[in-house]
Design a protein around this ligand. Sequence first.
Ligand SMILES: [Zn+2]
Length: 255
Amino acid sequence: METVTTLKREIIQIGRRMYERGYVASNDGNISVRLPNGNVLITPSGVSKGFLNPEEMVLVDAQGKVLSHKSTPSSELEMHLKIYENRPCVVSVCHAHPIYATAFAAAGKELDTCLLSETIFTLGKVPLVAYGTPGTKDIYRDLLRWLPDYDAFLLANHGVVTVGKSLLKAYHKLETVEHSAHITYLTEQLGGGKLLSVRDVRKLEKLKQEADISTKTDCLTSDKSTICDLKTVPEMSELLVDEIVKRIIKRIRLG
Ligand SMILES: [Zn+2]
């Protein structure tokens, strides 16, 4: 089992990665880890995540009572605690403002297209959570609605929240969200992506279910999550009609 000292070191490493990758500017973002006894270790308020010190890390109990008094906890402490309260298997929460994913959040667009196999397999759809003022209950009000079904969330006009069964798993989801948003954005600049077929999506869905069962990495509390929006994928019958029309046109031209 990891000690508090080890976890503080891991939070510092992840904070540095987030800062160096441009997922946060200035003192933005926050990271927390839940300990086996229910207490939570969270990053301090008003400090750059690229330059954290172990002494600054704040220990609180499940109700938010500060147990170490050297620093003030992140202003989003309540959001982290509500996530832990509502998803008992979650061990870590990451919040940041990565550029491309935040651009999607600011444009009011979910990341839900059936475009990238790896994203569909490892993460699934990233829903858009209604805007709420940072540092207040409003920020997580709508997030709780999506929480049982998803591991990553776009906060409208704000940024991204990811959760996981470990700090590294929560952070990797943040990387996947930003990577996927970046590629989706570039694909749109190139005239739009070629979406996966229903059949291919179904295959990924099956593989994902099998992997979740065998590795037990999944800690979603409902089975309503979707891996991507199948409505955006042309149905096979539509593809067939398109192909037939193309062949008829070709024959008419040849004739
Ligand atoms: Zn934020």
